[in-house]
Structures are given as structure tokens and as C-alpha cells.
Design a protein around this ligand. Structure first.
Ligand SMILES: Nc1ncnc2c1ncn2[C@@H]1O[C@H](COP(=O)(O)OP(=O)(O)O)[C@@H](O)[C@H]1O
Ligand SMILES: [Mg+2]
Length: 376
């Protein structure tokens, strides 16, 4: 089936035949990794599938975006680190049940490190010091267990919002001493991730091997889809199905949404998937995403030239801006994660639904839950 709404793993995870072996080879060699891809391209699914479903590695998963401060991030790392030696809610225990905690740290192989953690947490200390301690702690736990621990930072580019830019330097300088940790950095804003990991002046330059996660492979997705459809005896026009998948450019979430609609409608109505059904399903899913897409569009309209440029891109129109303005606007749109450079001076819109929406000439159509102007 095609699952949407949250990261997928197990049977719902459509093979990333190109990416999985590379990712695992890096992991097995304790090579730090950076994975960049636009939002909803399956980064979290990829790590959930490998770590949570296949369960071959000890790991700590942290979503930076879900943290509101460096302290909350640090506490999460500390708690998860101690969970690996079977002590739960370490930070809370320091505050609420120190007696029990002192008993439990006697059972672990590195009680002196735990005493240090208690010290750090109970005394007023700089948040950055505690942050450094939390990662040193993970390294020491890994060392004491004779294993390598994978530390995953999801939406890593947001880390500078929790502190200041300096945090990158701090993290880089402590991380290089952690021989028992493999760091995995995931990020949705590709241009920022590129700046952090691939620009010479950045502390993280050359620290991690980069995996660019593209959309799902069209043929892989097509084969998965026909297998799922055949299981339920769903009838479909092969050519239409292939073209539909191709039009969605392997965008994992949008493909899953459209294919789910086709699958469910075909079962309910016992009908054959033809061109009309496919266009209906795409339209339905684009319109369903209107609130999100409209928000992007209004944001673009508040910035000079941004909307004009992306509209031109969607409709293959020649931009009329001067080259300096054009360049700056492209860079700004890329920093917003909305467009992507494909070759020198050439960009494409990352979000295929946004592109479809911008192609609509008759805006009145959009007011009704009607079909969009679309061709397969
Ligand atoms: N490998 C995959 N197989 C099937 N569906 C996927 C896959 N990767 C992503 N998806 C679909 O895309 C959606 C977004 O994936 P997610 O992993 O949350 O992306 P990201 O972390 O890059 O924002 C998922 O809810 C799912 O519907
Ligand atoms: Mg994610």
C-alpha cells in the first residue's frame, strides 16, 4: 500500500536500490554522512527504515526541528545516551530521584562519567558546555560497550536557530575526537546544507560524505506499483500508469498520495485506471495541498521578483530581470528550498505540485474542486 502522512518503513518503504547499499557501506565503515534532499523526499523514512526497522545499529535519533532550545536538545541526547545503558529519564532523575539514580549508575561500567553528567546537570553551567558533554558521553558509552553509535541529526540546518553560528565550530571540533560515533546529518534546505558541508570556509568542510537523495526511481516505483495493484486485481492502463509516475518526477510523498488515491478509487468503484482517472487523482491531490502551496505563493509575493521568477520557470517564460537581479533572486529561491540548480544558470522548481499550480491559466477553475489543466 501507499502510506502517507508520516515517515514509512518496512513493507511500506519502497526500495531505494541506489541509496541503501551506499548508505549502509558508509555506516559499516563508520563514515560520517550528510544526506540532503528537499522536504518530503524521504530522508526520515530512509533512516527510520534502516535504524528502526532493520535494527542493525545502535543509534540516537534527534530531530533538531522538534527542539526549542539547546538545553532541550542536550537533555534529549543525554536521556537517549543513558537509555543505551538501560537508565531511563536520566535528566529528570537528577532532579527528582537522585537516590535511585545513584543506585542505578553503580550498575554501569562507567559510573564516573555518570557522576560527571550529574554534576553538569545539577550545577548551573553554560548550555554549550552541557551540549559538548552530552556528545562526549555518547562516545564514552559507545567505547565502554565496544560498539560504534550512530548519532542522527534530522533537519540539521536548523541547529543554528538554537544557538548561534558558532555552534557549528563547536560541534565540529568535538566531533572529530569521537572515534566511537558516526554522525549522520539530514537536511531539507539543500543550499544551506551545501554551505555547511561543502564550502571551504565551513568547519564541516569534508567532514561527511554527501548523499544526494533524489526522487524515487521511476522504474522502481512503477514496478512496486504494479505489484501492489496486481495483488488486488486492479485494472490499469500501463502506459497511463507509467506516465503518471513519470509526471510526478519520483517525488516520494506526492507519488504516494496520487497512487494511494488511484488504488483506493479503483477498489471502491471497481473501475479501470485510465487517463481521466489519473488526471482526476492528481488534481485532487494538488487541490488538497492548496493551503500549503498558497502559503508559499503569498510568501513569494512579499519578496521582490520572487513570484515572477518562479512563475516564469513554471511556464517556460524568459525572465526579464537584469542578470544581477536574476542571479540574486535565484540564490534566494534556492535558499528557501524552492528551486534547485540543474546546470549552470539553469534551475528547476523542486515541488512538482507547485509547478502544476503555477501552470494553471484559468484561476477560476481552482475555486472549484474541479480538474486542473493537466496533460500526462
Ligand atoms: N522509500 C519510500 N517509500 C515509500 N514512500 C516514501 C518513501 N520515502 C518517502 N515516502 C513518502 O514520502 C513521505 C515523506 O517522507 P519523509 O521521510 O517524511 O520525508 P522527509 O524526511 O525528507 O521530509 C512519506 O510520508 C511517504 O508517503
Ligand atoms: Mg524528515
Amino acid at each position: 500500500m501507499f502510506h502517507t502522512g508520516s515517515p514509512v518503513k518496512g513493507d511500506n518503504f519502497i526500495d531505494r536500490k541506489k541509496h541503501l547499499p551506499l548508505f549502509k557501506a558508509y555506516l559499516d565503515n563508520n563514515q560520517h554522512i550528510m544526506i540532503k534532499a528537499p522536504r518530503r523526499f524521504g530522508k526520515t523514512s530512509l533512516v527510520k527504515h534502516i535504524f528502526d526497522y532493520e535494527k542493525n545499529y545502535e543509534y540516537i535519533y534527534i530531530d533538531i526541528r522538534l527542539n526549542y532550545s539547546l538545553e532541550s536538545l542536550t537533555n534529549q541526547i543525554i536521556n537517549k545516551a543513558y537509555e543505551l545503558v538501560k537508565i531511563k529519564n536520566f535528566v529528570k532523575q537528577v532532579k527528582d530521584s537522585m537516590f535511585n539514580l545513584l543506585q542505578s549508575i553503580k550498575t554501569i561500567t562507567i559510573p564516573e562519567v555518570a557522576e560527571l553528567s550529574i554534576d553538569y546537570i545539577s550545577k548551573p553551567s553554560q548550555p554549550i558546555e552541557l551540549f559538548i558533554h552530552s556528545l562526549d558521553l555518547v562516545d564514552k558509552i559507545a567505547n565502554s560497550k565496544g560498539i560504534n553509535i550512530k548519532v542522527i541529526f534530522d533537519e540539521f540546518q536548523d541547529i543554528t536557530n538554537l544557538y548561534d553560528k558558532n555552534i557549528l565550530e563547536v560541534l565540529r571540533s568535538v566531533a572529530q575526537h569521537h572515534s566511537n560515533i558516526t554522525y549522520i546529518f539530514l537536511g531539507s534546505i539543500e543550499s544551506i546544507m551545501t554551505k555547511i558541508f561543502e564550502s571551504k570556509s565551513s568547519p564541516f568542510f569534508h567532514f561527511a560524505s554527501v548523499i544526494q537523495l533524489d526522487g524515487l526511481d521511476i522504474d522502481e516505483l512503477y514496478n512496486y506499483t504494479i505489484k501492489e495493484f496486481d495483488k488486488k486485481d486492479i485494472k490499469y492502463d500501463k502506459d497511463v500508469l507509467y506516465k503518471t509516475i513519470k509526471l510526478l518526477q519520483g517525488h516520494p510523498e506526492y507519488s504516494a498520495k496520487v497512487l494511494q488515491t488511484l488504488y483506493i478509487n479503483a477498489i471502491i468503484n471497481n473501475s479501470i485506471i485510465d487517463e481521466e482517472k489519473s488526471l482526476e487523482a492528481i488534481s485532487y491531490r494538488v487541490i488538497e495541498n492548496r493551503a500549503y502551496l498558497d502559503e508559499i505563493i503569498s510568501k513569494l509575493k512579499t519578496k521582490k521578483h520572487h513570484f515572477e521568477l518562479i512563475y516564469n520557470l513554471a511556464n517556460d517564460l524568459q525572465p526579464t530581470l537584469t542578470s544581477a537581479t536574476l542571479y540574486n533572486t535565484y540564490i534566494s529561491l534556492a535558499d528557501m528550498g524552492l528551486i534547485k540548480k540543474i546546470e549552470k544558470g539553469k534551475y528547476k522548481i523542486v515541488d512538482i505540485f507547485l509547478e502544476i499550480l503555477l501552470k494553471q491559466t484559468d484561476n477560476r477553475m481552482l475555486a472549484f474542486d474541479n480538474k486542473l489543466e493537466l496533460k500526462l
